[in-house]
Design a protein around this ligand. Structure first.
Ligand code: GH3
Ligand code: MG
Ligand code: MG
Ligand code: MG
Length: 293
């Protein structure tokens, strides 16, 4: 876990840094609130320990700014202060601090307070993962893959790299349910999800878009390259049947519709997805078990 430490006094920083490093935390240090704010724009941190009085931007001012900014991850903030009058502590907590530590610092108190922070951050991370995960397939759910799609498209525009999106739909899936039962259908969905994931790169994203529709995001991938990746996925699914408990093999296949920012001039996620959906529709109309651009 990464801790951001803001304090204008180098000796004070040593008092915090040394025990934190010993506890296995990664520590980044800055000397005032503005520097802390600048660093937070570029790097994710889980925990911040900030001094109260600092030049330019003080601790409570920094925390207030962070709370108003709505950063992507929650930043657990501890105010470090030699002020220990009740009113000051209340003002610090009102500014949005989660906790406070009084100077001179007691190393065991630091350890105890940091372990509270770690517990809260772990909980937040777990809840976030649950919120973003589809329970049946363990893929990203629609909310998460949609958010990733918007982010990847912005990045592709910024870095001038191609982004390909691929919509996958299992062929005649209703028949799998009708012939072998809903549970076998669920197993088939999980098998397709696994086969897809195994055939992609770690930085590709896969999410369950709807019932038996899966959405792939392939960053830095031209339409030509995406077509060959999709073909590999299609072929892997077509050669990996679902084996039922009875030993019976249920063949599976998928149709795939592909759209890339290098072939269609689109800067919005929804129209790009619409292109992939039209291609998927074409694949369904023309015999299924195929990739269409
Ligand atoms: P097509 O080749 O045209 O895509 O035919 P299809 O049968 O796959 O298409 P259709 O959209 O008619 O049927 C999709 C089926 O997927 C219907 C629905 O019951 C099933 N389905 C959706 N979500 C789940 C799920 O979570 N589990 C199971 N077992 N079935 C699901
Ligand atoms: Mg100070
Ligand atoms: Mg469908
Ligand atoms: Mg289908």
């Amino acid at each position: 876990m990464k801790v951001l430490l803001a304090d204008d006094d180098p000796v004070s920083r040593i008092m915090v840094r040394v025990p934190l490093l010993r506890l296995g935390y990664e520590v980044r240090e800055v000397a005032d609130g503005e520097q802390a704010w600048a660093l937070l724009q570029n790097e994710p941190f889980s925990i911040m320990i900030t001094d109260w009085l600092m030049p330019r931007l003080d601790g409570p001012g920094l925390i207030q700014r962070i709370r108003n900014a709505d950063l992507p991850n929650y930043l657990y903030s501890i105010l470090l202060t030699s002020k220990d009058a009740k009113d000051d502590i209340i003002a610090g907590l009102d500014a949005g601090a989660d906790d406070y530590l009084s100077k001179p610092l007691h190393p065991n108190e630091l350890r105890a307070r940091i372990s509270i922070a770690t517990r809260i951050i772990d909980l937040e991370t777990r809840l976030r993962a649950e919120r973003d995960t589809d329970a049946l397939t363990s893929l990203r759910n629609r909310r998460a893959i949609s958010a990733a799609g918007h982010a990847e498209l912005s990045r592709a525009a910024r870095e001038r790299t191609p982004l390909s999106v691929v919509l996958v739909d299992i062929d005649h899936f209703k028949q799998v349910n009708d012939r072998h039962g809903h549970q076998a259908g669920d197993q088939a969905l999980r098998l397709v999800a696994t086969t897809i994931t195994q055939n992609l790169r770690p930085y590709d994203s896969v999410g369950r878009w709807g019932g038996e529709e899966i959405l792939l995001l392939l960053p830095n991938t031209t339409s030509e390259h995406a077509a060959s990746v999709s073909e590999r996925v299609r072929s892997a699914i077509a050669t990996t049947p679902l084996i039922l408990e009875t030993g019976e093999a249920v063949p599976l296949s998928v149709s795939m519709g592909l759209a890339s920012t290098d072939s269609v001039d689109l800067t919005q996620f929804e129209p790009l997805l619409q292109c992939a959906d039209s291609a998927l529709y074409y694949a369904k109309q023309h015999g299924r078990d195929q990739v269409v651009i």
